[in-house]
Ligand binder design. Structure first.
Ligand SMILES: Nc1ncnc2c1ncn2[C@@H]1O[C@H](COP(=O)(O)OP(=O)(O)OP(=O)(O)O)[C@@H](O)[C@H]1O
Ligand SMILES: [Mg+2]
Length: 261
């Protein structure tokens, strides 16, 4: 199964070695209007992510971590501010092209999985490839995509569950399907929202090893929102979202505080 991660390592995997900035955001604001009040969640987030870096984002429940991840991953738009991915400004790319680019180069593990209920685990995992190739090329790509999806599901320990629909899977199994799906198109950039949040210790360790292995072998860049102290402690850099801003200070100390959240 190791063939899905078998791309040669890059020499730029150490962010401190001066790897280029792959994602940058400046002045991001985001608020939600509920009833007569407006909830300001992001109040001017500045953040840079370097190629090959694993960045962990911490923060108390409800502080806006998922909101930030969705905005950084082009799934939602900010009220104000700019986001650049590989030098391309999100706002200057037309919607259709933006969706294509996102599907090709970004993988997203959602906090609440967002699997499609009418499709089984294998079909859910294959979905990004289907979207990428479109109906025309899909006939020629289907077999290879199916093999890759099977290999990814095996990698997350779900060989026996490929034909299960989401409702026939446990929470942790759904989470692992969501991880396999996020890896389907070999994204250069992976966003993970609490990827071990619903897993037991051993399975969480397997997922950590999988993600870190991908980072080492493929130089995949990752932004991971987590409450998992072990996962955060292994990240290259840790920041905290607090009061709508990114606090860059005190990485190791922040990890120790996780249990206090
Ligand atoms: N669509 C929405 N409409 C209104 N309010 C929202 C919406 N989405 C999120 N919120 C509110 O915005 C705040 C931030 O939500 P978000 O999901 O980003 O938090 P979080 O840090 O990911 O929390 P958790 O750690 O519990 O997952 C919360 O107070 C939430 O209630
Ligand atoms: Mg969240």
């Amino acid at each position: 199964m190791s063939d899905v991660t078998a791309t040669p390592a890059s020499s730029e995997s150490d962010p401190e070695a001066g790897a280029p900035v792959i994602l940058s955001a400046k002045g991001l604001t985001k608020s939600y209007k509920v009833g007569g009040t407006r909830l300001e969640v992001l109040r001017g987030v500045d953040i840079e992510v370097h190629e090959g870096e694993i960045l962990a984002i911490l923060g108390t429940s409800g502080c806006g971590k998922s909101t930030l991840l969705h905005v950084l991953g082009w799934l939602d738009s900010p009220d104000k501010g700019h986001i650049q991915f590989e030098g391309k400004d999100r706002g200057s790319i037309p919607g259709k092209e933006r969706a294509r680019l996102r599907n090709d180069v970004m993988g997203f593990v959602f906090q609440f999985y967002h699997l499609l209920p009418e499709f089984d685990a294998l079909e859910n995992t294959m979905m990004p490839a289907m979207i990428k190739h479109g109906p025309g090329a899909w006939r020629t790509q289907r077999r290879a995509s199916r093999d890759r999806a099977k290999a990814l599901l095996a990698l997350v320990g779900l060989t026996e569950r490929m034909e299960h629909k989401p409702r026939q899977l446990s929470g942790g199994e759904r989470q692992r399907v969501a991880i396999a799906r996020a890896l389907m198109n070999e994204p250069r950039f992976l966003f993970c929202d609490e990827p071990t949040g619903n897993l037991d210790g051993k399975t969480a360790e397997d997922v950590r090893n999988l993600l870190w292995g991908l980072n080492e072998k493929q130089n995949q860049t990752m932004v991971i929102v987590t409450h998992d102290a072990r996962l955060a402690s292994q990240a290259h850099r840790v920041v905290r979202l607090k009061d709508g801003h990114i606090d860059e200070a005190g990485g190791a100390a922040l990890v120790q505080e996780i249990d206090l959240d």
